[in-house]
Ligand binder design. Sequence first.
Ligand SMILES: [Ca+2]
Ligand SMILES: [Ca+2]
Ligand SMILES: [Ca+2]
Ligand SMILES: [Ca+2]
Length: 358
Amino acid sequence: MHTLAHFRDGMISALKKGCVRVLSVVLLYAGLSLPSHAQIWGVKAPDSGWNTPRRWLLFWFHEDGSEITFVGDIQGATKVDGLALSPQHGLLAFQNDGDLYRDTGNNARLVRIDPATLQATVIGSWLAGRSIHGAAFDLQGRLWAVDVRQGELLQIDPTNGNIITSVPLSYQGNRLYPSHATDIAFDRYGVAYLSDYIPSPPYGAKYYQVDMQTGVLTLLHTDTQRVPGPESAGPGVVGLAFSMRAPADRLFIFNDNGYDNIWYYDMNSGWTRVYMYDVLSSYVSGGYNSGPGDLASVMQCASSNGDANNDGCVDDADMLQVLFAFGSTGPNDADVNCDGMTDDADLLIVLFHFGNGC
Ligand SMILES: [Ca+2]
Ligand SMILES: [Ca+2]
Ligand SMILES: [Ca+2]
Ligand SMILES: [Ca+2]
């Protein structure tokens, strides 16, 4: 450690002398009012019950089970589902039209949610004949949406909400029309996953891998294990997400059957369902209901100005993380400049920003 600190101090003084700080993506994050890309964001919508309050609750949670925060009810363009998050475009979702007491609609359009004001503003025109209940950005920053009405996967232009491409979803040669309990998520290697509901006893969720070129689904897992609450049913999985801070195979889910809650699976370790958070906490006054919802996280590499472990402070821990990963290629938090390699360029960025935020 002494050698490391010595090396570091020498480098910092050399680098900081006469240098002008360059702030890039951190400023963009600040502009979008996103606390950081480390959280998983979620939205919870009401079910079709007449006495379920018409509120679309925005929340976020940490991937390690340490904290869930309820930001508040979305204002403006409500009846949203299909949440997606990117460093470039912020928090996007799809508004579905029609009766506020129906889960699905006939048309959908892209909106942006400001997490600071909770205001949802319209970006796109109505997409005719679409009902969108799942969405995510892939690792290249492309926005994908799950249209349950036509059973299609849509690539959407995040700047204007227009459809770029569409491909039908199919399973074992048959078209598949997901229920409104669905979402799509990409893991850190770019593999796509989709959830769908089993609408008859014993009820529960199916998890598929998605071929994004063909729309062909491969069944990975079926979960009919009972969820907490009065109903004897498996989970209704309305939201899916991965986290760059969690093990690569850890799939986070948002269940709306029985109680509303967050769980995860480690897909490579038997898909045991592990409880994390309660979302609405009670059936009374706007609590548990079977309405839609969604999850979103940033899986693209986001330049972190040296804060490799994303704890808000650039220090020894970040430098060690880069040093331990030194020479590796592929997705890695230590690749702080997002060029696919962890090397001296990343180390220099850590050193250059050393002490920031601490
Ligand atoms: Ca989503
Ligand atoms: Ca959903
Ligand atoms: Ca740090
Ligand atoms: Ca790098």
